[in-house]
Design a protein around this ligand. Structure first.
Ligand SMILES: CC(=O)N[C@@H](CCC[C@H](N)C(=O)O)C(=O)O
Length: 383
C-alpha cells in the first residue's frame, strides 16, 4: 500500500472510534493497528510485541544514515463513557467510548508511520502504540518491562494529545510543564449499618462520607497557595442499598492534580490527614489509598522543545499556538522523566470537552497533524 490517503485515514479513524476498548483490554484495537501496519511497505519496518503487555505494539523504522532514534508515542485505550454523539460510526461497545480522542491520536500516528514507511527517514524511528493511558499507567508498565532497551530506545520522545479548545489542526505547546501530575484516590469508609429508625445503634457512612467530601474541598481552598493551584475531583461515590437501611460502608474514587511533584505530594498528604480526622470524629475505619503510578507532571525538555516550537512557529502550513499548562494528566509524563522529549496539543475544535459523551473531534485535524509531525521530524533529522 502507498502512503495512506486522507480518505483511508478518515475510515481508519471511524473504524477505531467504533471499537473502543478499556485500558489493558485493547486486543481488537491492537490487532486492527497491526493489520493496517502490515499493509505498509515493510522494507524498513520491524514490528515488536511485548508478551507481558500484549496490547502494546512497537514499530521500528530503520534510518538510512542514523545519528539518533526519534520516538513517537500514541495511546490506544478508551474510557468507560456511554457515547451520546449519535454519529453513524459511534461506539459499538456499550458503555465504552473514545471520549478522549485516542482514535484521532492513533490515526495520526499511523499516518506518520505510513509516510516514513515510504520515505525512508535518515534517523531511526520508534513508534509506540501504548495501552492504558487513562488508567493503569501503560507507559510506566512498558518502560519497566524493558521495552525501550537496546535499539528500541529512543533518544528523544514525542507525543500529542487532542484539544477541543484549539482550532482544528492547530499545534499547541509550551516549554516546561504542559500537563499536571495526578494521583488516583480510593477512599473506603467502614462503620456499622442498621435500621433507618435507630441511628443511635448504627454508624452511618453516608453522613461520614458527606463530611469527608465537604472537608476535602477545603484542601485546595485553604491549604494550597492559590498562585500555584491544584485540583481534587471526587468523581465517584457509592454507599447504601435502600432508603431505610443505614449504610455501613461508603466508597469514593477521585483524582488529584498538581503542576509539580511537590504540590501533588502536599495534596496527597492533606487528603490522608482529612481521612484520619473523619475516622476519628465518626469512629469509622477510613482507608485512603493513593496511587500516582506513572502520572508524573509532563515536563517538556527545553533543549528539544525549543526546536520543536521554532519549527511549528515557522512552518507555513502550521497554525502554532502557545498554550498554558493544563490540569489534565498523562502517563507520557513518566516516559518523559526517563527519555527527554516533547508533548504537544493537536487542536480538534469541538464544543464538547475531553471525557464528554458528546465529544466529536474535527477530522480535519488528522491530515494537519500528520503534515506538522512529518515536517517536524524531517527537519529534526536534517540537523
Ligand atoms: C488527557 C487525559 O484526560 N488524561 C487523563 C489521565 C488519567 C490520569 C489518572 N488515571 C487519574 O485519573 O488520576 C486525565 O484524567 O487527565
Amino acid at each position: 500500500m502507498a502512503v495512506l490517503t486522507e480518505k483511508n485515514l478518515i475510515q481508519i479513524r471511524r473504524d477505531l472510534h467504533a471499537m473502543p476498548e478499556l485500558a489493558l483490554n485493547e486486543f481488537r484495537t491492537a490487532a486492527y493497528l497491526e493489520k493496517v501496519i502490515t499493509g505498509f511497505n515493510q522494507q524498513y519496518l520491524t514490528i515488536k510485541h511485548v508478551p507481558d503487555l500484549p496490547t502494546a505494539l512497537l514499530v521500528r523504522v530503520a534510518g538510512s544514515a542514523p545519528q539518533r532514534t526519534l520516538g513517537y508515542r500514541t495511546d490506544i485505550d478508551a474510557l468507560p463513557v456511554s457515547e451520546k454523539t449519535g454519529l453513524p460510526f459511534a461506539s459499538k461497545n456499550p458503555g465504552v467510548m473514545h471520549a478522549c480522542g485516542h482514535d484521532i491520536h492513533m490515526t495520526v500516528a499511523l499516518g506518520v508511520l505510513s509516510y516514513f514507511s515510504e520515505h525512508q527517514p535518515t534517523d531511526n524511528l520508534i513508534f509506540f502504540f501504548q495501552p492504558a493511558e487513562e488508567s493503569q499507567n501503560g507507559g510506566k508498565l512498558a518502560y519497566e518491562l524493558g521495552v525501550f532497551e537496546g535499539e528500541w530506545r529512543p533518544d528523544e520522545f514525542y507525543g500529542l494529545h487532542d484539544n477541543p479548545d484549539l482550532p482544528a489542526g492547530a499545534i499547541g505547546c509550551r516549554l516546561g510543564t504542559l500537563f499536571a501530575g495526578t494521583t488516583e484516590v480510593n477512599i473506603d469508609l467502614e462503620g456499622k449499618g442498621g435500621h433507618a429508625a435507630y441511628p443511635q445503634d448504627a454508624n452511618d457512612m453516608v453522613v461520614a462520607a458527606a463530611h469527608l467530601i465537604s472537608q476535602v474541598q477545603t484542601i485546595i481552598s485553604r491549604s494550597i497557595d492559590p498562585i500555584e493551584g491544584g485540583v481534587i475531583t471526587l468523581g465517584k461515590l457509592e454507599a447504601g442499598t435502600i432508603r431505610n437501611v443505614i449504610a455501613g460502608h461508603a466508597h469514593i474514587e477521585g483524582t488529584i492534580r498538581g503542576l509539580t511533584q511537590v504540590m501533588i505530594e502536599k495534596i496527597d498528604q492533606r487528603l490522608q490527614e482529612v481521612g484520619d480526622g473523619i475516622a476519628k470524629s465518626f469512629n469509622a475505619d477510613v482507608t485512603v489509598t493513593l496511587n500516582q503510578g506513572g502520572y508524573l507532571p509532563v515536563e517538556n525538555d527545553p533543549e528539544l522543545t525549543q526546536p520543536f516550537i521554532d519549527y511549528m512557529e515557522n512552518a507555513s502550513d502550521v497554525n502554532y499556538i502557545e498554550t498554558k499548562p493544563a490540569m489534565t494528566g498523562e502517563d507520557f509524563g513518566y516516559l518523559l522523566s526517563k527519555i527527554p522529549g516533547t508533548m504537544f496539543w493537536l487542536g480538534v475544535e469541538d464544543d464538547s470537552q475531553l471525557h464528554s459523551a458528546t465529544l466529536n473531534p474535527n477530522e480535519a485535524a488528522i491530515m494537519a497533524g500528520i503534515n506538522a509531525i512529518t515536517g517536524f521530524m524531517t527537519d529534526r533529522m536534517a540537523r
